[in-house]
Design a protein around this ligand. Sequence first.
Ligand SMILES: O=C(O)C(=O)C[C@@H](O)[C@H](O)[C@H](O)COP(=O)(O)O
Ligand SMILES: [Zn+2]
Length: 364
Amino acid sequence: METVRVNLGARSYDIALAHGATAGLGAFVRAALPKTSTVLVVGDSNSRPHAESIQAALTGAGLRAGGAVVPAGEASKCLDQLAVLYDALYELAADRSTAVVAVGGGVIGDLAGFAAATYNRGLPLVMVPTTLLSMVDSSVGGKTGINHPKGKNLIGSFHQPAGVWIDLAFLDTLPAREFISGLAEVVKYGVILDADFFAYLEAHAHAVRTREPGALLRVVTRSCRLKADVVEQDEYERTGLRAVLNYGHTFAHAFETCGGYGTLLHGEAVSIGMECAARLAREIGLIGDEFVSRQTKLLDALGLPTAPPVRWPIDDLIAVMRRDKKAVGGQMRFILPTRMGEVKLFDDVPEPLVRAVLESAVSR
Ligand SMILES: O=C(O)C(=O)C[C@@H](O)[C@H](O)[C@H](O)COP(=O)(O)O
Ligand SMILES: [Zn+2]
């Protein structure tokens, strides 16, 4: 078992990496939350079998464990499904020691995490990510929330988990599309923070894509460490450092929003968004052709998309991007690469350049 520690003072926690060891989860939860005797295990229609076995394991560890299931998919990050979780917590007679255990991908982590952040003004949260994307990104760092029909993640809070339990065995049965989607956030870490990691992914793209266990352990552990390092320095995205994790996301959120949260998986949108961001950086003169083609080649090799599947109107995409959480006074802000392993925040990108990049993306 490997452990990645997230050092946040009183809110510090462990990310435990196991393989096929659900039985250990009870002890992990008990150690992280000694005052907790009741938990609500939240899953979706995809993660339901995992959620049920985790509920049974926690019951076996002496905890009173209730369950709640929402429909799978990004559309569940909404007020209606949040209300379902509030009702389940009420039915369970949750008090402030009751923990929410989120078993699933990014949607479940964000939704159940936000329910935990807000019910009774805050309940402890344990993340049990079952998809690659949630293992390497969304279960770590405390961002929780739901979507507004006009903007992704517009309603949310920072609420750190008390622990993250990553069972890599869940990846064995993860559908290919979901698995590949998660690789986009992995590539992101290489581009924004770690040129050596990017080179490792280039050299081991086949092993990663075919889920070779050694490659997966390395990819998940390194991604968690890189993300934890950023979160430790800028937990609440105040200094601008944490914003680097948003590379590709200004574009991605516009694609997801204009697609009605049903066309693209988040990682697919991030992959297309990173392609757009790299092209934008090239337009501005921050990087050259070689950077763009290196990134495109890796995304291709991993099976990720680099062009939007739908010709969404550019005006609609721009309107969403202007309301991105990073925007100030309607002025779009972008995280752009300056060289491999390094990105910076830019708030003075001329709109015609953004339009040109979007135009070429939707025409591909
Ligand atoms: O943890 C972060 O910080 C990130 O930006 C990670 C992103 O990959 C993730 O998609 C996050 O939910 C985006 O956050 P948002 O604040 O841009 O909605
Ligand atoms: Zn993301």
